[in-house]
Design a protein. Structure first.
Lengths: 372, 450
């Protein structure tokens, strides 16, 4: 059965609709999605009942913020996949990266969700990042070596968009960033040349270029897309410092160095425009909750806990809380796109112990390190 | 708000303003200026004399006088320290008053003497050569002791400094950014006892940020280092210290409570137990290694949690939570939601003051957010709980007291270092081993002569 999101996907760039039109689409989409998960995911149904939230409560746009969020860690801890569709319908599972003590978070897709994911993300890349077909340097391993949304999800989307296998390069080879190999391949790659990956790999590549006295000059349609955390091997780097350095050595205008808010929770990356604003296309919504009472939203523009919501995912209740602290505002952007813009301010889970108390998670990390 | 803190180098107050620490106090940002240690400071610390000739009785007398000062709530330095510590640590003033009361208790003559008698045995070992059968034995100081402090429990700097002095070492304290105040004010108060005293003139309290070359020099010249806190701090000091330096590590650990069926004898008994359990949870907002993060209950967990919820409300009035960072609120809210998704029973305060989660999945404690949250497990017999003890567990509190004898062997063989009463998890008896060893013994070199 077609959902509102399927209709939205027929529009050339839904982010350029007026705020009122976007609100109407979102309300329709989220009413539909919430009702579906409430009816089809028994754990979610019980959880919503506990919080006294039901589909008929969603009457107006503002009511989207009443939809009960699910902490992403639930998708990590659970031995079984959390699903709103039958097990047999699962066609793919995307994960986040794991650590020694943490299992990966697992998000399952049925065929409908899988197909929509490709269409939605292709739309984000084409409309959001204005990505034209050329060659793509993935600053990560091959998809057969990683099930993460960043690698596998990204790869599937690029393939769907029409990038040819021979024009997709993987810069992490044998577990290491192979800067020399990438530098060599970039020289003869099909234009426009795009790069995609976490900031620390870009920095490793830039360090390589600097050390070897090299500079690249990519063409005006090239996009350098970052996603993932901003910690590098040398510590923290600000986004501004990053753009200056990367622009200098890779030779791309700073406006075309775009950071995406990658979230496997909603199987997407929220794209950044040329003004470096992260837009929320209408098949998503970011509800910012009061950290002290997560059933309440903060006022617009205030920092809080992000709830990432999707109205296209039918395989699991994609109203997740990954633990990011952020801000969301609804406005018309200079780039012509409208609706929600989000800013990420950090991780709530950074609030560890400040003294000698230890959490089991940290202890297991220590034990594992000691044995390795 | 802007405040200035000095550092103290070999008893001298240093007032450079070359380091700014910023704190979110909940009612605005606080800027604290304090000196960053430099190589001149390190050179002075390196050259200073020792206190080997000081008789133990004199050291006890000195600290007892310091303790008497800190016993008075009206003492100027205690009052000033309280105001500033409240702002930088986020603890409530009641919590800090409680911990400063603990400082004066630790610096009492009785506490100090018991500590020495238990840890060293004959106090004469510290002052002279003592004939033991055919040989003479003496406890010589290590020399220069560096104390790397954590900021989670204000009294710890007093504990560490006292241990260093009782063993006649020269103390340098590296304060934590999360509480740089208490150690500075404590050592400043030495001048109010005797500004010319050898302990006053040799004690230093300094601060440095990560990767300070002067700080690294100080680490290298120290003969012993007491390091308190998280795994990162301990690991960093291990890497930076040189061969032969005695590393005395305190933390990181976690703790648990075992509640026997006897707690359910009647409502009065249950209230008595939960009042004590609540105190253990509330103390230092669970940021200490002795703070219980989980409890095993041999009986009706719901009944226990209902009583404990009331006790936490009451204890929260006596020792309220201070300022809680947004990230901490978020982490607590997050864990509450996860529990609800799994259908676990959650008892919670209106805000994030306290949370109790009844679960049967031991893996649920993995991301414990601290901040007065307890995971409660029902067991048919307390012995079932012992399988969950490992070397990360420091303290296990048991109710009733009589069952400690039944369980203590297995508890400690599984890895825990301390078995105590409910309500006493945050209070270490004088002279008791700490983290499985006697700290004073680690701060001396036991030497012999024919």
């Amino acid at each position: 059965m077609a959902w509102a999101c399927d209709e939205m996907l027929k529009l050339s760039d839904p982010s350029k609709l007026s705020i009122n039109e976007i609100r109407k689409w979102k309300l329709k989409g989220f009413k539909e999605a919430f009702d579906f998960h409430y009816q089809n995911c028994p754990q979610y149904t019980n959880y919503c009942k506990l919080h006294n939230v039901k589909p008929s409560d969603i009457k107006e746009y503002e009511d989207i913020g009443k939809i009960q969020p699910v902490p992403s860690d639930v998708f990590r801890d659970s031995d079984k996949l959390i699903l709103s569709v039958p097990d047999k319908d699962v066609v793919s599972v995307l994960t986040t990266s794991s650590t020694t003590s943490k299992k990966p978070v697992k998000f399952a897709m049925d065929k409908v969700t899988f197909d929509r994911m490709l269409k939605v993300n292709a739309k984000s890349w084409e409309a959001g990042h204005e990505l034209k077909i050329g060659s793509l340097f993935f600053l990560g391993p091959k998809p057969e070596e990683s099930d993460t949304g960043l690698v596998k999800g990204g790869y599937l989307t690029f393939k769907y968009m029409g990038f040819r296998n021979e024009d997709i390069y993987f810069g992490v080879r044998d577990g290491k960033v192979d800067c020399e190999w990438m530098f060599d391949k970039i020289k003869n790659a099909k234009k426009p040349i795009h790069m995609y990956g976490p900031p620390f790999v870009y920095m490793a590549f830039v360090d390589y270029l600097e050390k070897n006295g090299q500079k690249l000059k990519l063409d005006k349609d090239s996009r350098l897309i970052t996603t993932g955390g901003w910690k590098t091997v040398k510590g923290e780097v600000t986004k501004e410092e990053f753009r200056v350095k990367v622009s200098k050595y890779i030779g791309v205008d700073q406006k075309n160095i775009r950071d995406g808010y990658g979230s496997t929770d909603i199987l997407t990356m929220l794209p950044e425009c040329e003004y470096h604003h992260k837009h929320v296309p209408p098949w998503f919504h970011v509800s910012v909750r009061d950290p002290e009472n997560v059933n309440e939203e903060v006022s617009e523009g205030e920092q809080g806990l992000n709830v990432l919501m999707s109205n296209y995912i039918q395989s699991y209740p994609a109203f997740t809380m990954p633990g990011d602290i952020g801000i969301a505002v609804e406005r018309n952007c200079e780039c012509g796109r409208n609706g929600q813009i989000v800013e990420i301010k950090g991780r709530a889970h950074g609030a560890g112990a400040r003294g000698c108390a230890i959490r089991l998670e940290e202890f297991m990390d220590i034990v594992t390190k000691g044995k390795s | 708000m802007k405040f200035t803190l000095p550092s103290i180098v070999s008893g001298k107050v240093i007032e450079r303003k070359n380091n700014i620490l910023k704190y979110n106090t909940g009612v605005g940002e606080l800027e604290l200026s304090m000196p960053e240690i430099n190589h001149d400071d390190v050179a002075k610390i390196k050259k200073q004399s020792d206190i080997h000739e000081l008789p133990t009785s004199e050291i006890i007398s000195f600290y007892t006088k310091v303790g008497k000062l800190w016993n008075k709530k009206s003492y100027d330095l205690r009052k000033d320290a309280l105001k500033l510590t409240e702002k930088v640590t986020g603890y409530s003033s009641a919590m800090i008053e409680h911990s400063y009361d603990g400082i004066s208790t630790m610096l009492s003559k009785e506490y100090i003497k018991t500590t020495l008698d238990s840890e060293i045995g004959n106090r004469k070992f510290l002052d002279e050569w003592v004939r033991v059968k055919d040989i003479s034995i003496h406890a010589q100081p290590r020399g220069k002791v560096l104390h790397i402090m954590a900021g989670n429990a204000p009294p710890l700097s007093a504990v560490s400094i006292l241990r260093g002095s009782l063993t006649k070492n020269v103390n340098t304290v590296k304060t934590a950014s999360s509480d740089p105040v208490t150690a500075i004010y404590l050592v400043k108060s030495f001048r109010d006892v005797d500004k010319d005293h050898p302990i006053t003139k040799t004690t230093s309290v300094v601060y440095w940020k990560h990767d300070s070359s002067a700080g690294d020099s100080l680490i290298r010249l120290s003969n012993a280092i007491c390091v308190w806190g998280g795994a990162d701090a301990v690991e960093s000091i291990r890497k930076k210290s040189t061969y032969g330096t005695e590393l005395v590590e305190f933390g990181p650990r976690r703790s648990m409570q075992l509640i026997g069926k006897e707690a359910f004898r009647d409502s009065k008994t249950l209230k008595n137990v939960t009042d004590k359990a609540a105190h253990d949870i509330v103390l230092f907002d669970q940021e200490a290694c002795h703070s219980p993060q989980l409890a095993f209950v041999e009986g009706d967990t719901k009944k226990f949690c209902e009583a404990l919820a009331k006790s936490l409300d009451a204890e929260g009035k006596r020792l309220p939570k201070g300022f809680v960072h947004r990230e901490k609120h978020a982490a607590i809210s997050h864990e509450r939601l996860i529990a609800k998704f799994y259908g676990e029973k959650v008892y919670e305060s209106k805000g994030t003051e306290w949370t109790l989660i009844i679960t049967d999945n031991i893996k649920r404690i993995i991301r414990h957010p601290l901040g007065r949250m307890l995971y409660v497990f029902g067991v048919k017999n307390l012995k079932v709980a012992l399988q969950h003890i490992d070397h990360s567990i420091q303290t296990v509190a048991v109710y009733p007291d009589e069952r400690i004898n039944e369980l203590r062997d297995e508890i400690t063989l599984m890895g825990a270092d301390r078995v105590t009463y409910i309500g006493k998890m945050g209070y270490f008896a004088p002279g008791a081993p700490h983290e499985g060893f006697y700290p004073l013994s680690r701060l001396v070199r036991w030497v012999k002569s024919k």
